[in-house]
Design a protein around this ligand. Sequence first.
Ligand SMILES: C[S@@+](CC[C@H](N)C(=O)[O-])C[C@H]1O[C@@H](n2cnc3c(N)ncnc32)[C@H](O)[C@@H]1O
Ligand code: SF4
Length: 375
Amino acid sequence: MDKFKIDPSFSAHFRNLHQVFMYITDRCNLECEQCIYKPSISHFINEEIELNTALSLLSTFKELGAAKVTFLGGEPTLYGHRLDGQPLLDLIEKTRGLGYEYIRLDTNGQKTKQFLDKPEFKELDEVAFSLDGYSAETNDPLRGKGTFLRAVDAIRHAINVGYHVTITCCVQKLFLERNNDGLLKLETMIRFAESLGVHQINFHDLFKVGIPMDTWTGNFAPQPQDWPLVYDEISKKVQIKHFKISVRLPQCFVTKSEFARNPEFYGYCPVKMGERVMVHPNGTIRICSNLICTGYGVARYHDNIIDWDHSAGNEIIGHDLTKDTPCTNRSRHRKYGDLVPVCFSFKPDQEEYVWENRLKWDQYRIIEEDVRAIK
Ligand SMILES: C[S@@+](CC[C@H](N)C(=O)[O-])C[C@H]1O[C@@H](n2cnc3c(N)ncnc32)[C@H](O)[C@@H]1O
Ligand code: SF4
């Protein structure tokens, strides 16, 4: 397998590389209202990372330490569509052959069913289906008419044939409302995921926080100040194992004093850690998904070379790499009163391969009892 020749600045920054997010195609069969990737979705140009290039990149990243890969896009089940999806199956099988320990695929579930019985697809450690509501009425306004029924049908089939199935769900503002029984609609979403029999529900936040990806359309964004109480209510239930499934919930904001109490824990930042790469079909390699669809990145790949970006467009410029700070990308343009933003991937107690096995991030948490003991 060919390897890429790497700029030394790249290997130095990614000395703790654990995971790869590979956006294998810019093509999609949906136009979700909230999609951060919409500006890149194209039926015409640069739509895929060619199979051999993808595998050479993965082999290179594996040598730097990567153990987990997530295939996404656009819609990854459209990868190699001219060859009936065979390139996707080859990609999964050969990635396993490279020795990756955890292979995940993120899908909208619209055309996924046709792959579920293929032996190469069964190599996946996780199939993450996107679902943004617990009914057609709550999901389809974001993802499009008919998407709920098709995705749920595929989820059920995937569970029946033995996949490790998870749901990825954007926290639309409706979830911060309560039902007549007083329960948050966010909890209704968790209960729905439970009833399907998935292993986990992984929430993404949808706040508009002054970054380029805020330009997604639709009126589904909650207000940042409404989140901390909802987060506390649900995360307490997660901690006491109130739900039958694993729940990954982004904390998103903490008070300034709470951040100051435990900066090492709340200062989690993949840009500073150099623990992940996000790879795109147009040759961009970046770290922070807040910068998707911008010109910012850290490096470019081309002709079997990975070049470090020495220009002002390098996303690490403006990050104080040696200090534990709130999220630099989310605090640059907007202020939140007594709150500061933390990384949107910061989900305490989460059951996630890299968080648990590689970073062991919960060890950095100083719990209140420890503080009292110290005093
Ligand atoms: C960009 S999609 C690509 C994979 C696939 N097409 C899908 O929908 O699952 C990956 C995930 O990002 C989520 N997503 C899209 N726009 C988002 C946004 N503005 N904020 C947070 N997550 C978003 C999607 O809902 C999906 O779960
Ligand atoms: S299915 Fe995924 S990539 Fe396609 S528009 Fe929706 S969120 Fe974006």
